[in-house]
Design a protein around this ligand. Structure first.
Ligand SMILES: [Mg+2]
Length: 208
């Protein structure tokens, strides 16, 4: 579903993907992790940043345990492999931008043999919704932010894309949008992204 308030999308020169809930099925049980960490309903990484070193160490151990356990068993979302194959065939490079740890992301990439070369994790500096990791990925991919897409299922994905002036594609999983930030385009499921790309390709609307 195209956001009619924004210019029409063009075939991107690169795609930046969120990982958890976007390429993979939802990985982490956030309410359970937050309860164990004792942070109420506040965001995890922002809460960690405000803790004393001792509290932070204990809370990070909880987070890492959940992340690494989830990474060992998580499955890819339906349509992920055919989507990435199509992008490779059409020379549209990809990056992963995640608030997860590098260790967790590496386990998932290796288990599913995903050959996405650019992996930006929370260890790489300010994380989503900050635009930093998206702009870093664009730089590494040598593309203009305006010519890339950010694809994700969360509010931070859409907000980070806005801050970086990158068109955002929000994956809704068929649910109403629970935040105000407007994505450039909404898709219900990952296979819809492939259909959208193929339609733009067929239109010859190619800025690549
Ligand atoms: Mg996500």
């Amino acid at each position: 579903m195209q956001n009619m308030n924004l210019p029409p999308l063009r075939l991107p020169r690169a795609i930046l993907f969120d990982m958890d809930g976007t390429l993979t099925e939802p990985l982490l049980d956030f309410p359970r992790i937050k309860a164990e960490m004792g942070i109420g309903n506040r965001p995890i990484l922002e809460s960690l940043a405000m803790m004393t070193p001792a509290d932070r160490q204990a809370a990070e151990a909880i987070l890492h345990r959940h992340e690494d356990q989830a990474a060992q068993s998580c499955r890819l979302n339906e349509g992920c492999e055919s989507l990435l194959r199509w992008l490779d065939e059409h020379h549209i490079p990809q990056a992963i931008i995640t608030r997860n740890s590098r260790s967790c992301a590496r386990i998932i990439l290796d288990r599913h043999r995903l050959a996405i070369e650019i992996l930006i994790t929370r260890e790489d500096g300010p994380f989503k919704p900050d635009p930093h990791p998206l702009l870093l990925a664009c730089k590494q991919l040598n593309v203009n932010p305006a010519e890339a897409w950010m694809v994700g299922d969360g509010v931070y994905d859409v907000q980070a894309a806005h801050h970086a002036e990158i068109p955002s594609i929000w994956l809704s999983h068929g649910k109403p949008r629970p935040f105000a930030d407007e994505p450039a385009h909404t898709i219900a499921q990952l296979p819809n992204l492939l259909l959208l790309l193929q339609a733009l390709r067929d239109k010859g609307d190619n800025c690549a």
